[in-house]
Design a protein around this ligand. Structure first.
Ligand SMILES: NC(=O)C1=CN([C@@H]2O[C@H](COP(=O)(O)OP(=O)(O)OC[C@H]3O[C@@H](n4cnc5c(N)ncnc54)[C@H](OP(=O)(O)O)[C@@H]3O)[C@@H](O)[C@H]2O)C=CC1
Ligand SMILES: Nc1nc(=O)c2c([nH]1)NC[C@@H]1CN(c3ccc(C(=O)N[C@@H](CCC(=O)O)C(=O)O)cc3)C=[N+]21
Ligand SMILES: [Mg+2]
Length: 295
């Protein structure tokens, strides 16, 4: 038996089409499109590619993008001043700082400077606190994309054993809180987990968010489990071309799992889509207040 392929790319395309239609109906009521500002520092080629992808997606659904790029040698106060200006800019609904920042740049001051209502990456302590408390607020895009994919595919979470491998503030930790809120029993594993296979073999749902190719092999997966691969790794094939792979031995795990996300085409496109979703949510909240329109 071969696993059902969870097609994040197709779901992302569908959701983006819906959002594009909503944007077109709301622009006349609000008098402007939703706006997203993506801030990038330094010359990391992967970050540059992600930011391009986000800006393209923005334009596809009719949102305005207000990207800015800073040199790694620029004073960090330039980034902070820009954030404070964007906080006040009525055309901007979402602000995000692409991570990681270059060596020597502390991500905490910019993350704290972003107005929580415009924090579409969900990384401000206010929004992380809301997530922890189970209150409404902007939530991190990748975990949100994973949850949306699971829900759309009708995968039950309540009472299930969920194992998340990787405990970053961007992915693993917030995702474990969302799975917990959906009534899964959650285990959060990491590099100091002594016997990872023993932990993952108990799981009904395994999420890999590490950044190590082939870390999850078929013998580590319970037959019939659902496997979500968040990992994005660029590797070289024997013939020297570059290839994108996740954290899962995809070919062998898909023979034991009930369902699996591919890389590319799984979680990645959902991340970008949830960024647009958060920006739209922020736009609606900002324009609902007081002025009698029905967003
Ligand atoms: N598809 C998408 O949309 C996205 C993909 N990614 C990708 O997901 C991956 C994870 O990203 P991110 O969370 O930012 O990464 P981080 O590097 O911040 O975190 C990696 C986590 O993996 C853990 N880890 C490392 N080695 C092992 C191991 N051998 N066994 C178990 N756990 C291990 C680390 O443990 P410890 O805490 O002990 O160090 C850490 O918690 C990357 O490949 C990244 O590119 C990220 C964001 C979005
Ligand atoms: N502040 C911040 N927020 C982030 O959300 C954030 C970040 N920093 N830093 C880096 C990670 C990584 N990330 C991805 C986004 C899209 C794809 C994506 O679209 N992937 C496609 C393939 C893209 C390709 O071909 O290169 C796919 O998996 O199908 C992947 C990874 C967001 N991140
Ligand atoms: Mg993917």
């Amino acid at each position: 038996m071969s696993a059902k392929i969870l097609d994040g790319k197709a779901l992302a395309a569908r959701l983006q089409t819906e959002m594009a239609e909503q944007v077109q109906t709301w622009i006349p009521q609000v008098g402007r499109p939703p706006g997203l500002a993506v801030l990038r520092v330094g010359e990391d080629p992967a970050s540059a590619a992600y930011v391009r992808g986000k800006e393209r997606a923005c334009e596809r659904v009719g949102m305005a993008s207000f990207g800015q790029h800073f040199s790694a040698e620029a004073p960090p106060s330039q980034l902070l001043d820009t954030i404070l200006r964007l906080n006040q800019d009525e055309r901007v609904d979402g602000i995000l700082v692409q991570l990681p920042l270059p060596p020597g740049w502390d991500p905490i001051p910019p993350l704290l400077a972003i107005e929580p209502d415009k924090d579409v990456d969900g990384l401000h302590p206010m929004n992380l606190g809301r997530l922890l408390r189970g209150e409404p607020g902007l939530q991190s895009c990748t975990p949100l994309g994973v949850m949306r994919l699971l829900q759309t595919e009708g995968i039950p979470l309540s009472g299930k054993q969920a194992v998340v491998v990787g405990r970053s503030i961007l992915v693993g930790k917030p995702l474990s809180l969302m799975l917990l809120a959906a009534d899964a029993t959650v285990t959060l594993a990491h590099s100091r987990t002594p016997d990872l296979a023993d932990v993952t073999r108990r799981a009904d749902i395994v999420v890999m968010a590490v950044g190590k190719p082939n870390l999850l092999s078929a013998d580590m997966v319970k037959p019939g489990a659902v496997v979500i691969d968040v990992g994005i790794n660029r590797t070289l094939t024997p013939d020297g071309s570059s290839q994108l792979v996740g954290d899962v031995c995809y070919e062998e795990v898909k023979e034991v799992a009930a369902a699996i996300t591919p890389v590319p085409g799984g979680v990645g496109p959902m991340t970008v889509t949830m960024l647009l979703h958060n920006t739209l949510e922020s736009y609606r909240l900002r324009n609902r207040r007081g002025n009698g329109c029905s967003l």
